[in-house]
Structure formats: C-alpha cells, structure tokens
Design a protein around this ligand. Structure first.
Ligand code: KIV
Length: 254
C-alpha cells in the first residue's frame, strides 16, 4: 500500500462486536491495543495490562475478523525482561490470541527484541515517539522530538526498528515535519497518531473517535460520532419503560 501511495486506515478494537463492524467496513488493520487498560478497564495508564488480558481481547477480536490484519500489543513487562520471554509472549499472541502481528514500544533499545521475534516469523510493528508504556520516563504524555537532539534520536530509532525487520512503525505524538522525514526515508509504512497527515497511515483509539471515553481528549483525536449520547438515551428509555411497566410488552412475552 505504501508503494501504491494508498493510505492505511487502522483502528483499535478490543472485542468481537467492534471488530466485526470494523472488518465489514473495510478497515485495513485492527490494533488490539493495550489502550484497553485505559478505555476498557479504566486504569490511569497502560502499565497494569497483562498478557492474559491482551490474549482475551485478541481472541475476541480475531473471532470477528475475516479480512483485516490483526496486530496485538505486547503489554508492559511482556518483552522487556529477556529475549526468550519476549519470543514466548509474541508467540502466544499469535498462537492463542489469533493475531497476525505484534506491536511493541521503543526504538534502538528494542531493536534486538524485534530482530529475535521477526526471526521466528512473527511480524512486528514498532512504536516510537510518545510511547505510553514510558509515561513515567516522559513525565506525562508529551509530544516527543520537538528539540533537535530528540528528533535525531527518533530518526535513529526509526532506522533501527526498520533495520531490525519491523514491518511497520507507529509514530505517536511527534511533530508532523519529523514524521514526514521519517516516512520519506523508511521503506516500511509509518502509521501516525498525532504525527500529521504525511504518514503512510493513521491509527486512533475507537473509543476516542466515537466519543465513548470522556476522561481525556488529546488534540490529535477527531470525534467522528457521539455514541455515548445514543447509549445513554437507550439506557434512559429502558429504565423508564421498566419502571412504568411498559416493557416487556406482549410481543416480548411468551
Ligand atoms: O494501545 C494503543 O491503542 C496504541 C495506539 C494508540 C497506537 O498503541
């Protein structure tokens, strides 16, 4: 798609119904993101998410998908300790989770991890820039690569993950100008989130674009629908009809 100049559309999903709707809509890539920790489980960040939780979400998504490429996130502490553990956990996401590829965060310092997972024929999507699993090092969710030294480091990270065999790289929270340079240089596709329009594709969290998560709304999110309002209306109507004895009607009874 990069070679054809065709943009790649990617969204997160964590369960069967959302995955099925996205797949039927023709989404190119579904990311079973560890953002599940924030938008599904209600944690403050992605750090508490476990392998078992990612496997549960990934299996549910895989059951709803027949076309899209499924990428599953490797959660914090599933690939950092040693290479053997990284390989085992990547393999589990494919074998037990039904994913086609895994994603992990980091640049130069995870190149060896990417190389070892790719060597067992598991495609790896890299993720550099604002990497949510590094929230404490970054001191919050801040745009990365504004200063020259940081921008050079990100360029080195991008080259390093591509050299290690990553099949794509997510660029999160970096200046659009830097994302354009990285995209032009790399042969693998770049998928942007808060990285401007010149990336080869875009990814957003489904709860953010549908207005399902009101906790925070970063500048890079565009709300494409207000599903919270529709859900609230349905629940209000249900409560009212139960209280007033209007539901169930004869058509819902045996
Ligand atoms: O976990 C996630 O949803 C992600 C995207 C925001 C890129 O990593």
């Amino acid at each position: 798609m990069k070679a054809r100049g065709e943009k790649i559309a990617m969204l997160t999903a964590y369960d069967y119904p959302f995955a099925r709707i996205m797949d039927q809509a023709g989404i190119d890539v579904i990311l079973v993101g560890d953002s599940a920790g924030s938008v599904v489980a209600g944690y403050d960040n992605t750090l508490p998410v476990t392998m078992e939780e990612m496997l549960y979400h990934s299996r549910a998504v895989a059951r709803g998908v027949s076309q899209a490429l499924i990428v599953a996130d490797m959660p914090f502490m599933s690939y950092q300790v040693d290479l053997a553990e990284a390989r085992r956990n990547a393999g589990r996401l494919i074998k037990e989770g039904g994913a086609h590829a895994v994603k992990l965060e980091g640049g130069v310092h995870v190149a060896e991890t990417i190389r070892t997972i790719v060597a067992m024929d598991v495609p790896v999507v890299a993720h550099i820039g604002l990497t949510p699993q590094s929230v404490h090092r970054m001191g919050g969710y801040r745009v990365q690569g504004r200063e020259e030294a940081q921008a050079n480091q990100l360029l080195a990270d991008a080259r390093s993950v591509a050299d290690a065999g990553a099949c794509a790289v997510v660029l999160e929270g970096i200046p659009a100008t830097l994302a354009r340079v990285i995209t032009a240089e790399l042969l693998i596709p770049t998928i942007g989130i808060g990285a401007g329009v010149d990336c080869d594709g875009q990814v957003l969290v489904i709860h953010d674009i549908l207005g399902l998560c009101e906790k925070y709304s970063p500048k890079f999110v565009k709300r494409f629908a207000d599903v919270s309002g529709t859900i609230r209306q349905g629940i209000d109507d249900y409560i009212r009809e139960v209280k007033e004895g209007d539901f169930p009607g004869p058509e819902h009874s045996f």
